[in-house]
Write a protein that binds this ligand. Structure first.
Ligand code: GDP
Ligand code: MG
Length: 614
């Protein structure tokens, strides 16, 4: 057996690995800032708030998108402790990343805003933490605020966790009250990492990764066994990818090189690899020469599946600009996927918007973030079409299941059935808003599951519903129906067969693929009408009447007409001489904004934008 250097029992005893779970905005980043100050991790002059939110976008929006780990040193009762904190993303789209970071630690702070109480994300993340058997330290934050309902929130948490109220700490992350006591409780309550001595080969869990221009793909790891150090060849167990270790180290939070990473520790392994495929969150890393056994691969590897799709086009006039902007967009997307392999990208084109990309995201926030980054980091003017979900059909010719990425691909004639993703929806709402919230829920194809009380005034409502009904404006409606109080979390549970049809839009008899949508059969006529009315509103009148039709399988389900322009310069031209009519139209158009000429009807690309834009 090759010699191994496991972390010695003594140094392990002084390590604490933990994370903070909280609903968005409850103060995770602010609490982390105080920890960094207390442990003097970041020099005062460099300190600014939300220090661990590394992306500009995060700093600006005040939300945490990507977890940024940090290692801190703290002296307690005369002993030196190493504390590794992982900041988890608090939003639904990133649940998978939350669960990976939870697997890398032994304990979690459960942070709840004293003015808001427990919200949907608090609960869903808490359940994830419990399923990883983490020690939970409950903390009420923002007790300094005049509208803090500290006592009530303590009762809520105590009930949810089934612990005494005196177990729940009260802090102000903003002014620092009681924050040091939290650090001490972490040391007292969260167990030191343990090492399974029966495994001798090195083993580490990848809980995140990022791309660095100099160091290539960097895997963020929690080491479970053995050590990892420079120049040794390693292998990613699931992907089979092999690579040399360029460098190992810890997070300060900047990368700090270190001789070796040992069992129990959290740190990074730089690979020098130029592409992120093959380095997947949740995979297990081991030494190429001294590998773990296949049954020792760490649990919980899941390929993130993009479920929400939208088209992205460069927004520019003129052929030349279009083409150069397209290349910039292509390049930008390639760079983004280096950092985030969960984005799906495929080239596409539209009748009026030219060449662009069909992109897949984990959810709506993920989509918003990518779009923001494209605009900001690459100075791109882009158009994003209204999102749709992924569908699955059974192709009756081959008897195989196929994924449908964009609505026009759905051909009901070859699909034996069509399925759509369903989610388990959990809504936390004050009782006072129940009626309004239920009204919003009535508007989706949801299936009621159950209701429970968090406390006298707070309800948790559980539904199952199609993802397609959640990604549009459901969240906004829920927020406005509850004056912002209700919160939502969802998890994709399964695929279900639904009665879905493809709704096509015809303008003057011509089918426009990019307007096609997949909709529930019963809603086809209503959706069709809504789209036609929108078209009618945006489409400029022409010199002749235009018929707009919405059709399902060739059968018209809605129809609208746009009347001809009054001052019709072609009015005197009766009958068939279309070419003369056309010449006059061309003349008329001179000096006007450039329009795309499509078949018989002139549709400015702005109309496509108005209809397709989300
Ligand atoms: P995160 O989304 O959980 O990371 O939350 P942040 O740490 O970004 O905090 C959200 C907002 O709450 C920010 O405006 C903070 O300044 C504020 N905040 C955080 N903790 C406290 C606190 O203890 N008291 C007060 N008054 N505000 C706080
Ligand atoms: Mg934050």
């Amino acid at each position: 057996m090759p010699p191994t250097s496991q972390n010695t029992g003594d140094s392990l005893r002084h390590i604490r690995n933990f994370c903070i779970i909280a609903h968005i905005d409850h103060g995770k980043s602010t609490l982390a800032d105080r920890f960094l100050e207390i442990t003097a991790q970041v020099e005062k002059r460099k300190m600014h708030s939300q220090f661990l939110d590394m992306m500009d976008l995060e700093q600006e929006k005040g939300i945490t998108i990507k977890m940024q780990p940090v290692q801190m040193a703290y002296r307690y009762h005369g002993e030196h402790y190493t504390l590794n904190l992982i900041d988890t993303p608090g939003h639904i789209d990133f649940n998978y990343e939350v669960s990976r970071s939870l697997a890398a630690v032994e304990g979690a702070l459960l942070l709840v805003d004293a003015t808001k109480g427990i919200q949907a994300q608090t609960i869903s993340n808490l359940y994830l933490a419990m399923s990883e058997d983490l020690v939970i330290i409950p903390v009420v934050n923002k007790i300094d605020l005049p509208n803090a309902q500290t006592a009530m929130v303590r009762t809520q948490i105590a009930t949810l966790l089934g612990v005494g109220e005196d177990e729940i700490m009260e802090v102000s992350a903003k002014d620092g009250t009681n924050v040091e006591a939290v650090l001490q409780r972490i040391i007292e309550r969260i167990p030191a990492p343990q090492v399974d001595e029966t495994i001798t080969a090195p083993r580490a869990l990848i809980f995140d990764s990022k791309f660095d221009a100099f160091k290539g793909v960097i895997a963020y790891v929690r080491v479970y066994n053995g050590t990892f150090s420079r120049d040794n060849p390693m292998v990613f167990m699931r992907s089979g990818l092999k690579s040399d270790i360029l460098e190992v180290g810890f997070f300060s939070p900047e990368l700090r090189e270190k001789k070796e990473l040992a069992a129990g520790e959290i740190g990074y392994v730089a690979t020098g690899l130029k592409q992120i495929e093959g380095v997947k969150i949740g995979d297990t890393l081991t030494d190429f020469r001294d590998q773990i056994l296949p049954d020792q691969v760490l649990a919980g590897y899941k390929e993130p599946q993009p479920m929400v799709f939208a088209n992205i086009f460069p927004q520019s006039e003129g052929e030349e600009r279009q083409s150069s902007d397209f290349n910039v967009l292509k390049d930008a997307l390639a760079k983004l996927t280096l950092n985030d392999s969960s984005i799906f990208v495929e080239q596409t084109s539209s009748e009026a918007l030219g060449r662009g990309f069909r992109c897949g995201f984990l959810g709506m926030l993920h989509l918003d973030i990518v779009v923001e980054r494209l605009k900001r980091e690459y100075q791109l003017e882009i158009v994003v079409t209204s999102p749709s979900v992924l569908y699955k059909i059974l192709d009756r010719r081959t008897n195989t299941e196929e994924l449908i990425y964009s609505p026009f691909e759905y051909d009901p004639n070859i699909a034996a059935y069509i399925q759509e993703p369903y989610v388990r929806l959990e809504i936390v709402t004050p009782k006072a808003y129940l009626g309004f919230v239920m009204k919003v829920l009535d508007g989706i194809r949801g299936i009621y599951q159950n209701t429970s009380y968090l406390d006298e005034d707070t309800l948790v409502i559980v539904y199952e519903a199609p993802l397609a009904d959640i990604i549009t404006d459901f969240y906004d409606k829920l927020k406005s129906a509850s004056s912002g109080y209700a919160s939502l979390s969802y998890d994709i549970i399964d695929w279900r067969t639904s009665d879905l049809v493809r709704l096509d839009i015809l303008i003057a008899g011509e089918l426009f693929e990019s307007f096609s949508q997949i909709v529930p059969q019963q809603k086809a006529a209503a959706r069709g009408r809504a789209t036609l009315l929108k078209l009618k509103e945006f489409l400029p009148r022409q010199w002749f009447q235009i018929t707009l039709q919405a059709a399902v399988g060739g059968k018209v389900v809605a129809r609208e007409d746009i009347g001809a322009l009054r001052k019709d310069v072609t009015g005197y031209l009766y009958g068939g001489d279309y070419s003369r009519k056309r010449k006059l139209l061309e003349k008329q158009k001179k000096g006007k904004k450039k329009m795309k000429s499509l078949g018989r009807v002139h549709i400015p690309s702005s109309v496509f934008l108005d209809i397709l834009k989300k």
